[in-house]
Structure formats: structure tokens, C-alpha cells
Design a protein around this ligand. Structure first.
Ligand SMILES: C[C@@]1(CC(=O)O)c2cc3[nH]c(cc4nc(cc5[nH]c(cc(n2)[C@H]1CCC(=O)O)[C@@](C)(CC(=O)O)[C@@H]5CCC(=O)O)C(CC(=O)O)=C4CCC(=O)O)c(CCC(=O)O)c3CC(=O)O
Ligand SMILES: NC(=O)C1=CN([C@@H]2O[C@H](COP(=O)(O)OP(=O)(O)OC[C@H]3O[C@@H](n4cnc5c(N)ncnc54)[C@H](O)[C@@H]3O)[C@@H](O)[C@H]2O)C=CC1
Length: 213
């Protein structure tokens, strides 16, 4: 029994060149997530799913409607392959690796430089569960359960914190204020939907901000 654990990261794909080989059920789902993340996506496949077709028509990704040809991986930062032909996936993964490009092959762990967790999102908050390849079905079940714990109050709290960290100078006092925002009363008030009371707390904290510097 393997004892390895996969290492989680959150990729900043804005402007990165991503190649998607295959455009079926699995690739169709990936395409929307990759475009939402701001990646410059190119898809190569002879048969095209509905989402990829729409995104191509909207000019949000580039579509090459043909089979993969050697060299297609060149110039990309990351490669995702999701075809129904194991030999194609093997070729793509081999070529990517030879060029030092990281690759994910859907459902073929031995060809993956990284695996994909089960992901759910509420606004800027992302819940991701990995089981290090042992049970994707369990990852999905746990992700659904954890996502239910994330409410509108948490989304407001994250946005408010993001707004404050842009405007306040960084340092120990900002750190204290942002921590207090989450752990103190304001966070609880937002979670209960009491936005006015939460804002009053934040305003009071802001009025004293800077006094102890
Ligand atoms: C290693 C990994 C590599 C990778 O693909 O990145 C991998 C590998 C394999 N998956 C297999 C099967 C299934 N995969 C799913 C679903 C998902 N698989 C995903 C990720 C991963 N799958 C990576 C590890 C993730 C982790 O560590 O937990 C999810 C989370 C993310 C995504 O794909 O976007 C997505 C859920 C998204 C969601 O809905 O939230 C289901 C459920 C279903 O389809 O209903 C089943 C059937 C039930 C079951 O097996 O559990 C098989 C056997 C294939 C066969 O038997 O032929 C292999 C190969 C093997 O295990 O050898
Ligand atoms: N859809 C699912 O729920 C599951 C899928 N899988 C596996 O994931 C992989 C992908 O599955 P799906 O997306 O459902 O397959 P799919 O059959 O919907 O799509 C396959 C895609 O691969 C493309 N393709 C085939 N040969 C190609 C080539 N030479 N170059 C470029 N593209 C090529 C096809 O044009 C098509 O777009 C398969 O290995 C499948 O066994 C495993 C478990 C569940």
C-alpha cells in the first residue's frame, strides 16, 4: 500500500499558456475552470464537447479541431490530457516531460506530475479535497460536505478582508486587525447575516488603527 501524499498548491494561471488535449466530457469541465482562472487555453481534439465549442465561439479559447501531432505541447506552461486513447495520453505525457512541462493525465496517475483534487467554489473561496489518489469518489463526497459549511457570511468576510488588506499598510497592526476580523465578533456577525453590526465593529477597529504604531 502506497504511503505517499500529494502536495496541494493553488496555481495562478492568469496569462499562462495551457494545452488541453481531448475535448470530451472530462476536458469540457476542465476548459471552463481553466478559462475562469484566466489561462490562455488551446484545445487540440478531433471531436468537440459543447462547452469547449461555446468558449471557442466566444473567443475565450483557441481550438485546433484535429488529432494531436507531435510537438503540440511545445510553448505551453502546463498540459492536461483527457482522451479516450491511452496511447495518445502516453505520447503527450512523454513529450511534455521531455520538455520539462508539467502534465496531468485524467485518471492515469502514473502519467501525472500533479493530480487534481475535487473542487468546489463559493466566490473567492475554494474548497479542494485530495485523497492522494486513493479514492476520488470520497474526495467528491467530502468536498460537497465541506462546501456546505461555507456560507455567504464567509464570502463577505473574505471580500472584506481583501478590501482592507489592499488599503491598509502591511505590518503587525494590520495582521492583528485582519485576524480579529475573522476570529472576533465581526466574523460571527457576518456569519449570522448581521452585516450592519459587523460593519460597525470594523469601523470601530479602523478608527483606532494606526494609533499604536
Ligand atoms: C489520481 C487522479 C488523477 C487525476 O485524474 O488527476 C485520479 C485517478 C483515477 N480516478 C478514477 C476514477 C474516478 N474518478 C472520479 C472522479 C474524479 N477524479 C478526480 C481526480 C483524480 N482521479 C486524481 C486523484 C484525486 C484524489 O487524490 O482524490 C476528481 C477528484 C477531480 C477531477 O477529475 O476533476 C474527480 C471528482 C470531481 C468531482 O466531481 O468533484 C470518479 C467518480 C465518478 O466518476 O463519479 C471515479 C470512479 C470512482 C472512484 O474510483 O473513486 C480512476 C479509476 C479509473 C478506472 O477504474 O478505470 C483513477 C485511476 C486510478 O486510480 O488508478
Ligand atoms: N467521463 C467520465 O466520467 C470518466 C472518464 N474516465 C476516463 O477519462 C478519460 C477521458 O474521458 P472522457 O472525457 O469521458 O472521454 P470522451 O470519450 O468524452 O472524450 C475523448 C476525447 O478525446 C479526444 N481524442 C481522441 N483521440 C485524440 C487524439 N489523437 N488527439 C486529440 N484528442 C483525441 C476525442 O476527440 C474526444 O474529444 C478516458 O480515459 C476515460 O476512460 C474515467 C472515469 C470516468
Amino acid at each position: 500500500m502506497s504511503t505517499h501524499v500529494d502536495f496541494p498548491v493553488c496555481l495562478r494561471l492568469q496569462g499562462k499558456r495551457v494545452l488541453l488535449v481531448g475535448a470530451g466530457t472530462i476536458a469540457d469541465e476542465r476548459s471552463q475552470q481553466l478559462v475562469d482562472a484566466g489561462a490562455r487555453v488551446r484545445v487540440v481534439a478531433p471531436s468537440i464537447g459543447a462547452t469547449i465549442r461555446r468558449l471557442a465561439e466566444e473567443g475565450r479559447l483557441e481550438l485546433l479541431e484535429r488529432a494531436y501531432v507531435p510537438g503540440d505541447v511545445r510553448g505551453h506552461d502546463v498540459v492536461f490530457v483527457a482522451t479516450d486513447d491511452r496511447r495518445v495520453s502516453q505520447t503527450v505525457a512523454d513529450e511534455a516531460r521531455a520538455l520539462g512541462i508539467w502534465v496531468n493525465a485524467a485518471d492515469i496517475p502514473e502519467l501525472c506530475d500533479f493530480t487534481l483534487p475535487s473542487v468546489g467554489r463559493r466566490g473567492p473561496i475554494v474548497v479542494a479535497v485530495s485523497t492522494s489518489g486513493l479514492s476520488p469518489a470520497l474526495a467528491r463526497q467530502l468536498r460537497r460536505r465541506f462546501l456546505e459549511q461555507v456560507g455567504p457570511g464567509h464570502v463577505q468576510l473574505a471580500r472584506l478582508s481583501g478590501w482592507l488588506r489592499k488599503r491598509l499598510p502591511c505590518g503587525s497592526e494590520r495582521m492583528r486587525l485582519l485576524k480579529q476580523l475573522v476570529e472576533g465578533e465581526a466574523g460571527e456577525l457576518l456569519a449570522r447575516g448581521q452585516r450592519r453590526a459587523a460593519w460597525a465593529q470594523v469601523r470601530a477597529a479602523l478608527e483606532t488603527f494606526g494609533e499604536t504604531r
